[in-house]
Design a binder for this molecule. Structure first.
Ligand SMILES: O=C(O)CCC(=O)C(=O)O
Ligand SMILES: [Fe+2]
Length: 277
């Protein structure tokens, strides 16, 4: 085993307890200021100087979501891919998932520019889950093997009302309790948990280089940015290779080119499933 695979614990006992209780934890300084600045620039430079937004991107209420192609949200080019193989975050995910054999996914981007409308409502997106449990399943198992953890890097400082992601403190427990109480079909409540309208949320503020790590049963949603700074975020998620619903499956052979494989490094090639753990 290389040193990368025997990562030192990243989260303290206090932070692990916080994740258990609250359903999320902020990992400070996941990136250095220099790295943060470079990734931010790389993402902002995707915006065409004419502001002619490509048709496949999504734009809504100040929220710009670049897309790598039609219905492809993952940006795993060699320049951005190291965000998915970050050793500190991998170490934290290992602790939360109880395994070192993990798979990494997502790699999507969310830019939130200032929006002056809808002053009476903080959210620009209904609270929802992005759980690694297919909607063909009727029930969550709530076992650790089912868990997915993930969230976003902030690549800009996110001050209050600055478009920070909203979460419901303890919300993962509320979701579990409601789903269990349903006595069957808990996966399907609230339109498969994509329309959660009965819970109150708070904004996660943070500094450039921080990562907000969420439990996959955490109701969350994008918020309006009232500040001049455009919020730049990059999303990453981790599951165990043996994830209950097959989310840790390997990719089809040949998915990644030689430049991507080189950018992954050994840890990355395992996380992406192109080399065995
Ligand atoms: O951009 C955000 O803060 C959250 C976005 C999100 O949760 C989503 O698009 O699924
Ligand atoms: Fe989401």
């Amino acid at each position: 085993m290389t040193s990368a695979l025997t990562a030192h614990p990243v989260l303290t006992d206090e932070q692990l307890a916080e994740f258990d209780e609250q359903g999320y934890v902020i990992i400070r300084g996941a990136l250095s200021p220099e790295e943060t600045q470079a990734y931010r620039q790389s993402i902002l430079s995707m915006l065409p100087p004419t502001l002619e937004i490509p048709p496949v991107w999504h734009v809504a209420d100040g929220r710009i979501k670049p897309m790598a192609g039609p219905n492809v949200q993952t940006f795993d080019t060699p320049d951005l891919l190291p965000l998915m193989t970050n050793e500190k975050l991998y170490g934290a995910a290992c602790q939360l998932l109880g395994s070192t054999a993990l798979r990494v996914m997502d790699g999507s981007i969310g830019i939130t520019i200032r929006n002056d409308l809808h002053a009476d409502q903080p959210l620009s997106q209904t609270l929802h889950l992005d759980a690694s449990v297919p909607t063909s399943a009727d029930d969550f198992t709530f076992e650790q093997r089912e868990l997915q953890v993930g969230g976003c890097y902030y690549l800009t400082d996110v001050e209050p009302n600055g478009g920070g992601i909203h979460v419901v403190p303890g919300g993962h427990k509320i979701v579990e309790a409601e789903a269990r109480a349903a006595g069957g079909g808990g996966r399907h409540l609230h339109q498969n948990w994509k329309q959660i309208k009965h819970l109150e949320s708070v904004e996660i503020t943070g500094q450039a280089g921080d990562f907000a790590m969420l439990h996959h049963l955490m109701p969350h949603g994008a918020s309006h940015n009232r500040n001049p700074t455009a919020r730049v975020a990059y999303f990453v998620r981790w599951v165990r290779e043996d994830q209950s619903w097959g989310e840790g499956a390997k990719p089809e052979p040949g998915k990644y080119d030689s430049d991507q494989l080189a950018a992954m490094g050994q840890l990355g090639r395992r996380l992406f499933g192109v080399e065995d753990w």
